[in-house]
Write a protein that binds this ligand. Structure first.
Ligand code: WQD
Length: 336
């Protein structure tokens, strides 16, 4: 009997890819989502790609009663917690919402897991907890100096989860610090479908190449980087999803809380991403240098050695594959 895994936010960009990879690995995922930043239209595609029924529950992760019902109705063995608010800029304007959803949701989930005797949890954290690192690449033991409300909510939840594991050694927790998730499922059936104008670079390039947006504003051309534009660690979303499966497998034999960078371990500048994307789509991206974006940092990319050692996981898809898969998703409409 396949282990049932609850994936909160399972209809979202990362969560949907995690659901498919969990099913491919022989698990039985169940989706919980309030569809605040996703759509039920993704669910039939998940079932098609997973090759199995994917039960889904419409609920808010802060709703303990709804969570209890899910644990009553399904033999949940473990949880992947992806549900949350994740826009850095928005988080500065809506701190109450971000702490309520990201921190309150994690607390409600952990409480119900404890009641149900479920102690295995993979948590979606973020490399934004590092702020601007002193040294690159960034190891997990680098100081945590998040620049944004969003990053601070992730740090609070990380601390909460580490404290849980210290208080009760039944807990098996993987805290995954995502660098920059990007790209789309190679089938062209899943991808980033944010409501409104995308905030992130790669989905913006998709919309510009498709003629839906005019030009790219490059936030700063005078950063202390090789070409003056911001450097990030772009990680293919399928590599990221495979990292969640590797973490779930690791927790089957490891107690306690384990913090892991999920990144490719290499940095690319905005200009390098634009060049790779133009190669993938065969079109020229209109662009202009603009002032720096508040909250941005110059450069960060992961030291992924711990994930390689503990999870036997490494990113296998490079920037060109990310751009090609993102463009395929856009050409298929880029929405559900
Ligand atoms: C990438 C680079 C920008 C848009 C985001 C989220 C963060 C995390 C990772 C979840 C930067 C530049 C961007 C534009 C630009 N997600 N850029 N013009 O900010 O590194 O992090 O993904 O955990 O929450 O904020 O990603 O894609 O916004 O920016 O020049 O119109 O592209 O300055 O250097 P970011 P991003």
């Amino acid at each position: 009997m396949a282990d049932t895994i609850l994936v909160t936010g399972g209809a979202g960009y990362v969560g949907s890819h995690v659901v498919v990879e969990l099913a491919k690995a022989g698990y039985a995922p169940v989706v919980l989502d309030n569809f605040a930043n996703s759509t039920p239209a993704v669910l039939p595609r998940l079932q098609a790609l997973a090759g199995r029924p994917i039960p889904s529950v419409t609920a808010d992760v802060r709703d303990a009663a709804a969570l209890r019902a899910v644990f009553h109705d399904h033999p949940i063995a473990a949880v992947v917690h992806c549900a949350g608010l994740k826009a850095v800029g928005e988080s500065q304007e809506r701190p109450l919402a971000y702490y309520d959803v990201n921190v309150g949701g994690a607390i409600a989930l952990a409480e119900v897991m404890g009641e149900a005797g479920v102690a295995t949890l993979v948590f979606s954290s973020s490399a934004t907890v590092y702020g601007q690192p002193d040294h690159l690449p960034v190891p997990e033991d680098a100081p945590l100096r998040p620049h944004s409300v969003y990053g601070r909510t992730k740090r609070v939840v990380e601390d909460f989860l580490r404290d849980l594991a210290k208080a009760n050694d039944n807990w098996r927790i993987a805290i995954l610090r995502y660098f920059n998730p990007a790209g789309a499922h190679s089938s062209g059936m899943l991808g980033e479908a944010s409501r409104g104008k995308p905030a992130n670079l790669v989905p913006l390039l998709c919309k510009i190449a498709a003629g839906e947006l005019a030009e790219l504003a490059i936030y700063g051309g005078d950063w202390p980087t090789a070409d003056g534009t911001g450097v990030r660690d772009y990680l293919h979303v399928q590599d990221l999803a495979e990292g969640h499966v590797a973490a779930m497998r690791y927790l089957a034999k490891a107690h306690g809380a384990h913090t892991l960078n999920l990144g490719a371990g290499r940095g690319h500048s905005v200009m390098e991403v634009v060049a790779a994307f133009e190669k993938a789509c065969g079109r020229t991206i209109a662009k202009a240098v603009a002032p720096r974006r508040p909250g941005d940092v110059a450069a960060y990319y992961a030291d992924p050695a711990r994930a390689a050692k503990l999870l036997e996981w490494r990113a296998s898809r490079d920037l060109q594959v990310i751009c090609a898969d993102a463009w395929r998703w856009q050409r298929n409409g880029g929405r559900y």
